[in-house]
Design a protein around this ligand. Structure first.
Ligand SMILES: CC(C)(COP(=O)(O)OP(=O)(O)OC[C@H]1O[C@@H](n2cnc3c(N)ncnc32)[C@H](O)[C@@H]1OP(=O)(O)O)[C@@H](O)C(=O)NCCC(=O)NCCS
Length: 341
């Protein structure tokens, strides 16, 4: 293998006193280098691609394409290799929206993988993360999400200063094989009107089971983040907003999005239930379950597969609603945050 575009340099890492491991080469990764890392692509799952529903080759092409596109934009990539063999890679993206909203440079580790073949997976990831961290000028913030059973990846994040911030779950409904559930309800469900916005923003601001609330550095701005989220959805970020109404008043909403990117790349028509909230005064009356049911019916003629939002593992109400309607668990993930001030 020749990683022609790389600027190479040797890096040394001290893991434990007396134990030293030399990571031979660590270099900038470019979009054209994706061809060299296909052997590493099976080893990570950040939850952004519905792996449970895809063939291995579709997973590989979706991941390769996602990495290639990220690197062609302003994301930054680092690759580690030894004797021409790729050992691991890291792709980080600058989150432009979050950076502007929170007023601090926000990054996400979108792809992080390392070969476990040599028993050096953990330390390879650590070296890659260190390399990324030292390139950035403080203050900055980095997030990373991985499977809850990716113990080696989790240990690498812990060893480089990341802190656990949440545990989330995701569910899916397969429109190709599952029958739409029957459901009766006594509220009105309708399309969003512009005049709903202020009320929906107030409802969105009551969402507290979120990593932004759990992180003390974001907590003060978190309610405004979710208020802004529904406003952005109303201005075109969502494909559809469903509103639940009781006695003529808007009391809840659900935003829906069809992932045109995955359709373009691998022909998967994926519908995502993105964000929902119910007015605290009328919770526990089946409104959320009814919105999800209506969302499923919106996606039914348009998609093959429906994915829930990531929800906090302790957000029992949403999981009960999804399970009642036939959604199946797709995975559990852990999110980590790191701050450099
Ligand atoms: C989570 C939320 C949307 C649920 O809305 P809701 O209209 O009260 O939900 P439903 O009445 O449809 O209840 C759904 C299920 O959860 C159960 N449930 C409701 N509140 C519950 C609670 N606090 N604890 C445990 N179970 C609860 C219901 O009994 C029902 O289960 P069942 O069908 O087995 O009886 C609402 O609490 C909310 O807006 N929370 C803040 C925003 C949020 O968390 N959004 C989810 C983003 S992923």
């Amino acid at each position: 293998m020749a990683v022609a575009s790389c600027s190479q340099k040797d890096v040394w890492r001290m893991r434990e006193p007396g134990k030293e491991w030399r990571l031979k080469h660590i270099a900038i990764m470019k979009a054209g280098d994706v061809q060299y890392i296909t052997g590493l692509l099976t080893s990570y799952d950040s939850g952004s691609i519905p792996e449970y529903a895809l063939t291995t080759s579709a997973i590989m092409s979706a991941k390769s394409e996602a990495i290639r596109e990220a690197l062609a934009r302003d994301s930054s990539g680092i690759i580690a290799f030894e004797d021409s063999n790729p050992l691991g890679f890291l792709v980080t993206e600058k989150l432009a929206y979050d950076t502007e909203f929170f007023g601090v440079s926000c990054w996400n580790i979108a792809h992080l993988a390392a070969s476990e073949a040599t028993g050096m997976g953990e330390i390879t990831r650590e070296a890659l993360i260190h390399e990324f961290l030292k390139k950035n000028e403080s203050p900055f913030f980095v997030s990373c999400r991985t499977r809850s059973n990716d113990i080696s990846g989790i240990n690498s994040l812990e060893n480089t200063g990341f802190r656990l911030i949440d545990v989330v779950v995701k569910y899916f409904f397969d429109l190709g094989t599952q029958e739409l559930p029957r459901h009766s309800f006594d509220c009105t469900i309708r399309d969003y009107h512009e005049s709903d916005l202020e009320k929906l923003k107030d409802i969105a601001g009551t969402f507290t089971e979120t990593r932004f609330h759990y992180d003390p550095n974001f907590r003060l701005q978190a309610p405004q983040f979710w208020r802004q989220h529904i406003e952005n959805a109303s201005k075109g970020m969502a494909d559809k907003i469903l509103v639940a109404e009781l006695d003529g008043k808007a009391v809840g909403f659900l935003t829906l999005k069809i992932e045109s990117d995955l359709n373009r790349k691998i022909g998967l028509k994926l519908g995502r239930m993105v964000f929902a909230a119910i007015d605290p005064t009328v919770r526990g009356r089946g409104l959320y379950t009814s919105l999800i049911w209506a969302g499923l019916n919106y996606f039914a003629p348009r998609c093959n597969l429906v994915e829930s939002a990531f929800a906090h593992a302790n957000n029992v109400a949403v999981q009960r609603a999804w399970q009642r309607l036939g959604f199946k668990p797709a995975g559990t993930y852990v999110t980590f945050h790191l701050w450099r001030k």
